[in-house]
Write a protein that binds this ligand. Structure first.
Ligand SMILES: [Fe+2]
Ligand SMILES: [Fe+2]
Length: 274
């Protein structure tokens, strides 16, 4: 075995195969708003993660560090598996009247346009920004047991926690690639502002569409509960503000946000070996 072949990534690629047949319509807190919010996020993953993977494939031949090469391969493996499982769920939801597939194609078109107009460097910068978003949300989902315990379907809870563990495990890969190749702060910060602004608009738009399609647009109780849970005191997104903004710090590195204990806890809970 060559020395190169002996190098291993710091995290594994786990093969998953979830069955969503028993997932209830409102699988989060029996609530339309919050269920649709998370399903809306799920609708973004297949195309979004394909964008991340492509941005890495575009530049990986410029990386001569064999350890980082292994990390990139494992990153691609994990993201491909996330895309696959979220796509299966999204198709299941679509078949049951929660149309997530139409969002795929819209987001797919948007990201294809991104591939066309952005340089490789800008694509990696957008990927880094969105990877910080997913890593921050992942850590929050693991930390906030009061949130993840509201997933009232065991398959959905397992899928989201598996995804959260792996987003934490690979949170530094794209950032390390960006720093190794470019180290350009203005592009990194600018990509963050652009990516998050677009993401906020897409999520708001999708939330209204899902609530309307489900006949819940005037369900004031669900809107109030959902908005407070996300943006109120100790809201799920409110608490993300500082860790997200930390990305603007010039010396920022994803590992500054230690999530090892959370990863360990949920790997044990989910009976993952590695
Ligand atoms: Fe992912
Ligand atoms: Fe990721």
């Amino acid at each position: 075995m060559t020395a190169q072949a002996q190098i291993k990534a710091s995290f594994p690629v786990r093969r998953m195969d979830f069955e969503f047949n028993e997932v209830p319509k409102y699988w989060f807190a029996d609530d339309p708003f919050l269920t649709h919010f998370l399903s809306s996020l799920s609708s973004l993953f297949p195309e979004g993660e394909f964008f991340f993977v492509t941005s890495m494939r575009n530049v990986r031949d410029q990386i001569d560090d064999p350890v980082l090469q292994k990390e990139i391969s494992a990153f691609i493996g994990q993201e491909a598996m996330h895309s696959k499982e979220h796509k299966v769920f999204n198709d299941y939801a679509t078949a049951h009247g929660i149309d997530l597939d139409s969002f795929h194609s819209r987001v797919g078109k948007l990201l294809k346009f991104g591939h066309k107009i952005l340089s490789h460097k800008q694509q990696v910068a957008v990927t880094c920004a969105l990877e910080h978003f997913t890593a921050t949300i992942a850590a929050q989902l693991m930390k906030r047991t009061d949130w993840n315990e509201q997933m009232n379907d065991p398959v959905m809870r397992k899928m989201w926690l598996w995804h959260a563990v792996e987003e934490s495990e690979h949170k530094s890969v794209t950032y390390d690639v960006y720093q190794k190749l470019y180290k350009d702060y203005p592009t990194r910060a600018g990509a963050m502002i652009a990516a998050w602004s677009i993401l906020a608009v897409v999520l708001a738009d999708q939330q209204v569409r899902l609530m309307a399609k489900d006949g819940q647009l005037l369900n004031g109780k669900s809107w109030a509960k959902g908005m407070w849970s996300l943006f109120g005191y100790k809201g799920f997104l409110t608490e993300l503000t500082l860790p997200l903004l930390d990305y603007f710090r010039p010396g920022f590195h994803p590992e500054d946000h230690d999530s090892e204990a959370l990863e360990k806890k949920y790997k044990e809970m989910l009976s993952f070996q590695g």
